[in-house]
Design a protein around this ligand. Structure first.
Ligand code: KIV
Ligand code: NA
Length: 260
């Protein structure tokens, strides 16, 4: 699974043959310049999901339910899940944390739900920042219990974020639904990375500091973009662009004589 947030990234994820595409609320950070995912709204999610659905037809499309869209009550959660299906062509939704009753309500309503436990970024003000979860026996057991509860509630898959590899392994073996790890080691059923992180296009000026430790960078797209823009500027200032080659529109010589 890889995230995507717009038409071109969705096309790329589709063409790469990736199985699942997540329109993550990480859109707030990597596309909208927010410091956390907490301010992302339903309308913003739908806006991005619509664009993604135009670009990707093969992967299963999952929309991330943003903070505030599923906690107030289960009816509101189901209504918002339906918005993802009806307004933006998602195939299912993902929601953070252990809320078995909410999951059950949405699944009973006919919408596939992916769970997400471990580091749940919408709750960073509660858990005290972006940090690994399940690092004591008690906390690891809690994560296992949450995972089993979410499976029993009807989740079709479960994201495990920032947990020790042995914990993710035990949870994966205990479940019949697939787990999808991010910073959770090699023993999960699948893996997910954030598009901008894995492709090296996080545009934050302090990129290094913001690059998660668990993320392998598969490309240097940000550097390519910067180089292209700098080369264009230098070419224009040095009068090397457009030149004869990129000035294709001609007048006939007769018209030219009349005009000039
Ligand atoms: O928002 C997101 O991109 C996510 C993934 C990291 C799982 O939730
Ligand atoms: Na998310």
């Amino acid at each position: 699974m890889v995230t995507a947030y717009d038409y071109p990234s969705a096309l790329s994820v589709d063409r790469a043959g990736i199985d699942l595409l997540l329109v993550g609320d990480s859109v707030g950070m990597v596309e909208l310049g927010m410091e956390t995912t907490q301010k992302v709204t339903m309308d913003q999610m739908i806006h991005h999901c619509v664009a993604v659905s135009r670009g990707a037809t093969n992967p299963m499309l999952i929309g991330d339910m943003p903070l505030g869209s599923y906690e107030v009550n289960d009816e509101r959660a189901l209504e918002n899940a339906y918005r993802f299906i009806k307004e933006s062509n998602m195939d299912g939704v993902k929601l953070e944390g252990c809320r078995p009753d909410t999951v059950r309500k949405i699944v009973d309503g006919g919408v596939a739900v992916m769970g997400h436990v471990g580091l749940t970024p919408q709750a960073i003000s509660v858990i005290g920042g972006f940090r690994a979860q399940g690092r004591t026996a008690v906390k690891a057991r809690e994560l296992l219990d949450q995972s089993l509860a979410l499976q029993a509630a009807g989740c079709f898959a479960l994201v495990l974020e920032c947990v020790p590899a042995p914990v993710a392994k035990v949870i994966t073996e205990a479940l019949t639904i697939p787990t999808i790890g991010i910073g959770a080691g090699p023993h999960t059923s699948g893996q997910v990375l954030v598009y901008h992180d894995m492709l090296g296009m996080t545009s934050h000026p302090h990129h290094e500091a913001f690059m998660p430790k668990f993320c392998k960078q598969y490309a240097n797209v940000g550097e390519m973009i910067s180089k292209g823009l700098e080369d264009f500027k230098a070419d224009v200032e040095g009068e090397n662009f457009p030149g004869e080659q990129f000035s294709p529109y001609k007048m006939s010589s007769d018209e030219e004589k009349l005009f000039l």
